[in-house]
Design a protein around this ligand. Structure first.
Ligand SMILES: [Zn+2]
Length: 165
């Protein structure tokens, strides 16, 4: 999967036996998941979810940024999701640097001021998950969400464990 041709040929294989054309847009399990973008986490498989069952929103760190909040509100308000799951993971790259360091690095590298870019790096995995749950729980626009759960996915074992709230 390195160039456009191989992407197109992979898709050709995928579309040969395609059977999802009649799925409704509303996630049938009424779940919205916010997970880190880490390439080692196959979110659907990890949670045993099939296509059409959940929204999956991903970004660096699994952070409730303004844009993630935007997606969660659309998911809830327009597409009927009622449960939110946050997934962070061991060995997250977002815990390996500080915002200031990356801001400085790219400011110098590209000769352009990056000091206002918030990367949301963090130190403590558990605290990070709790912070994201808190952001969801304090959004007035998500106050009708039934449940919010946070999990840490273990890169080495494939297991998740819930973060106590
Ligand atoms: Zn990560």
């Amino acid at each position: 999967m390195t160039d456009t041709n191989s992407i197109i040929s992979q898709n050709k294989k995928y579309a040969e036996n395609f059977t999802y054309g009649d799925l409704p847009p509303h996630p049938s399990e009424k779940i919205a998941i916010l997970a880190c973008m880490d390439a080692r986490i196959p979110v659907n498989e990890v949670l045993g979810l099939r296509i059409g069952e959940a929204h999956i929103i991903r970004n660096a760190g699994g952070i409730v940024t303004d844009d993630a909040l935007r997606s969660l509100i659309v998911s809830h308000e327009m597409l009927g999701t009622e449960k939110i799951i946050i997934i962070n993971h061991t060995e997250c790259g977002m815990a390996t640097f500080k915002d200031q360091d990356l801001q400085k690095r790219i400011s110098e590298k590209y000769n352009s001021n990056a000091s206002d870019i918030k990367f949301h790096s963090f130190n403590d995995l558990e605290e990070n998950v709790k912070d994201q749950i808190k952001k969801i729980r304090t959004s007035p626009f998500l106050s009708n969400i039934i449940s919010v759960h946070g999990f840490i996915y273990d890169i080495k074992t494939g297991k998740i464990r819930e973060v106590e709230q």
